[in-house]
Design a protein around this ligand. Structure first.
Ligand SMILES: NC(=O)c1ccc[n+]([C@@H]2O[C@H](COP(=O)([O-])OP(=O)(O)OC[C@H]3O[C@@H](n4cnc5c(N)ncnc54)[C@H](OP(=O)(O)O)[C@@H]3O)[C@@H](O)[C@H]2O)c1
Length: 323
């Protein structure tokens, strides 16, 4: 079977396609015939050796997938051959067949295609964890989403709308803002040209209640300043590179709160709670309250190109690889 292999950490031209042996399911394991692989910002960072964790090379990148169970080892009762499943794998998802622990598979909601499912778990879990576990978002509140045309951004727009919030989407391009609008954003700010603080205050009639920030850098401070009293700024990531520093007087003023979000660490530390949370998300999809975007599909051979497109900001929305 074919797999994407990162031969050594560094430039993405070390990411190539190789033939690998077909996996065999041992006890507790399942082989998934992969139909779609979600590509996330972190996958490119890992291959470049720019993430805090440095995988031993060579390794198969890819953190999430969706597909069909083709073989089941002993002691697996949750899923059978033929089941449509999705999973977070951490590594190893960019391959035609992948060995996954039976316990970490989740049935795909019937309304989701393989592409939507492969791009679902990381983005939606992070957004839902932020807005239900790290803070609460109430009906009618204003939520400002930075990087709203990216993976976390689009999921955050969808989740905030599902919670009854009014969403202002901020992003760098018309294409990304359009994608956020089609997810339900009420208003948009093109933050490379417009004043983020001023426009967010104007659009929300005085200040936003919640900021969702997966971007960091120079956008975080104006977003903090755009919050009304009791505003909550949720720090999710630093896709722009620099880790923002903010003047603490701006936190004191208006009784604001800055909230750290680390869904990955929480999920690993509390797998039972994480599974329960994923169940909530699946139910929201099945009830028609969440509407995961249909991602662009690219061939497996374009893995490096897609990762580069996320790192250089040129990709709008979600992309999945297909075998
Ligand atoms: N805390 C957690 O639990 C958690 C979980 C998952 C992911 N994350 C992190 O969240 C961040 C976003 O992930 P994602 O999947 O949403 O990524 P993504 O799909 O690549 O979107 C990130 C967005 O950041 C913006 N951006 C601004 N400057 C950028 C730059 N110099 N390079 C790249 N992007 C830039 C881009 O939007 P504009 O072009 O519109 O500015 C881009 O669409 C990453 O840092 C990721 O590691 C955190």
């Amino acid at each position: 079977m074919r797999a994407v292999v990162c031969q050594e950490l560094g430039p993405l031209d070390h990411v190539v396609i190789e033939e690998r042996p077909t996996p065999v399911a041992g006890p507790g394991q399942v082989v998934v015939d992969v139909r779609a692989m979600g590509v996330n910002y972190v996958d490119g960072l890992l291959c470049q050796g720019r993430y805090q964790m440095k995988p031993a090379t060579p390794y198969i990148p890819g953190g999430e997938l969706a597909g069909v169970v083709s073989a089941v080892g002993d002691d697996v009762s949750r899923v059978g051959v033929g089941a449509r499943v999705m999973a977070m794998t951490g590594f190893g998802a960019f391959a035609e067949q992948v060995l996954v622990h039976g316990a970490s598979l989740e049935p795909i909601p019937s309304d989701l295609g393989f592409g939507q499912a492969a791009a679902f778990i990381q983005s939606y879990s992070t957004a839902w964890f932020t807005m239900t576990r790290r803070t609460s978002v109430h009906e009618g509140e204003w939520v400002l989403v930075l990087g709203a045309g990216g993976g976390i951004g689009l999921a955050a727009v969808d989740v905030a709308v599902a919670l009854g919030a009014r969403v202002i989407a901020a992003a760098s391009s018309i294409e990304k803002l359009e994608a956020a609008r089609s997810m339900g954003a009420t208003a948009t700010i093109a933050y490379e040209g417009e004043d983020l603080k001023v426009r967010a205050r104007e659009l929300s009639d005085g200040g936003v209640d919640v900021v969702i920030d997966p971007v960091g850098g120079r956008h975080s401070e104006p977003a903090l300043r755009a919050m009304r009293k009791f505003g909550r700024l949720c720090v999710i990531g630093f896709a722009s590179g620099p880790i923002a520093t903010v003047p603490l007087n701006q936190v004191l003023l208006n009784n604001r709160t800055v909230i750290g979000v680390d869904w990955g660490a929480w999920a690993m530390g509390d797998p039972g709670d994480n599974r329960e949370m994923l169940g909530e998300l699946v139910e929201l999809v099945e009830n028609g309250r969440l509407h995961p975007t249909v991602p662009d599909e690219r061939p497996l051979a374009e893995a490096a190109t897609v990762m580069a497109g996320l790192l250089d900001r040129s990709i709008a929305g979600k992309v999945v690889l297909v075998p």
